[in-house]
Ligand binder design. Structure first.
Ligand SMILES: Cc1ncc(C[n+]2csc(CCOP(=O)(O)OP(=O)(O)O)c2C)c(N)n1
Length: 302
């Protein structure tokens, strides 16, 4: 385990689909639940939307909703690792839609020219909400875009966990030892809806979804491999699912019970000294809550 950790990129910045990476790094279910409930144990102090996790302990940049903003952050962090002479790299994750943003292009060019040790991980899942890749770009995916910027680029079957592991492993070796960026494009498919407010059957056929869900499912593929090697069984899975479910429910209950962050925290941590306009806003918010207490949760500490 320690050996594998050492092989991992040092710092990560991601979009919304990588909580698995954070879990693998050691973020606890309680930490996930605290963030989703925005309680006072949440590192963002309840000021972020749910699922916008971050952890300085695990070198994981806080997730940001605007698409692709994390990509230049990762390049800057990688450049700073290089300047500090650290034997490390960063990794950043984004979707196919993210490659249409200006931030993607600026980040790739900067990384290529300044030789920043960063891995760009593009999860090309075919869809950016309802926009299919055919309407997103006319290039052959993201891999050729990396090449166009002079970046060594790898395309991998994103539904093959072991292939992805090998590709990222190789990318890390190159990024750290040669001190340069590498792009990995993982080809996959988003079988779920984009989010809970999306109904993807409005813009693609159920047959298409079912095909990917059943015939190309990466989880059953990986399960077959671990089962074939005798490392996993039906019984182990039942036990694992049940104990994890219990742990998760406990974490949710504890997060729900924990106090909310004090109101004053809404106005801190951006500026060294709270500027006058924010002081005014804080005053006005407190007055409004006092005037209309029924419109605010009873546990708001005014
Ligand atoms: C700058 C910006 N524009 C639009 C959105 C709304 N939005 C959220 S996710 C998304 C699609 C993202 O597509 P992709 O990068 O391919 O990621 P995935 O499909 O894997 O979620 C859009 C348009 C946003 N969050 N930020």
């Amino acid at each position: 385990m320690l050996h594998q950790l050492l092989l991992l990129p040092w710092m990560m910045s991601s979009f919304l689909r990588e909580p698995g990476v954070l879990l693998w790094r050691g973020f606890t279910l309680q930490e996930f639940a605290n963030q989703c409930f925005g309680n006072m144990l949440d590192y963002g102090k309840g000021r972020q939307m749910p699922i916008h996790y971050g952890s300085s302990r695990l070198n994981y940049f806080t997730v940001s909703s605007p698409i692709a903003t994390q990509i230049p952050h990762a390049v800057g962090a990688a450049y700073s690792l290089k300047m500090d002479g650290k034997n490390a790299c960063t990794i950043t994750y984004f979707g196919d839609g993210g490659t249409s943003e200006g931030d993607f292009h600026a980040a790739l060019n900067f990384a290529a020219v300044m030789e920043s040790p960063v891995i760009f991980f593009c999860r090309n899942n075919g869809w950016a909400i309802s926009t299919p890749t055919a309407e997103q770009f006319r290039s052959d995916g993201a891999v050729v875009r990396g090449q166009a910027y002079g970046i060594h680029s790898i395309r991998v079957d994103g539904n093959d966990a072991l292939a992805v592991y090998s590709a990222v492993h190789a990318a890390r070796e190159m990024a750290v030892h040669d001190c340069r960026p590498v792009l990995v494009e993982a080809l996959t498919y988003r079988v779920g809806h984009h989010s809970t407010s999306d109904d993807s059957t409005k813009y693609r056929s159920i047959d298409e979804i079912e095909h990917w869900k059943i015939a190309r499912d990466p989880v059953s593929r990986f399960r077959k491999w671990v089962e074939g090697n005798g490392w996993w069984s039906e019984a182990a899975e039942v036990e694992h699912r049940s104990s994890t479910r219990k742990e998760l429910l406990q974490a949710i209950q504890a997060a729900e019970r924990a106090e909310k962050p004090p109101l004053s925290e809404l106005f801190t941590d951006v500026y060294d000294r709270v500027p006058s306009n924010l002081q005014e806003q804080e005053k006005s918010l407190r007055e409004t809550i006092k005037k209309h207490p029924k419109d605010y949760p009873s546990d708001v500490q005014v």
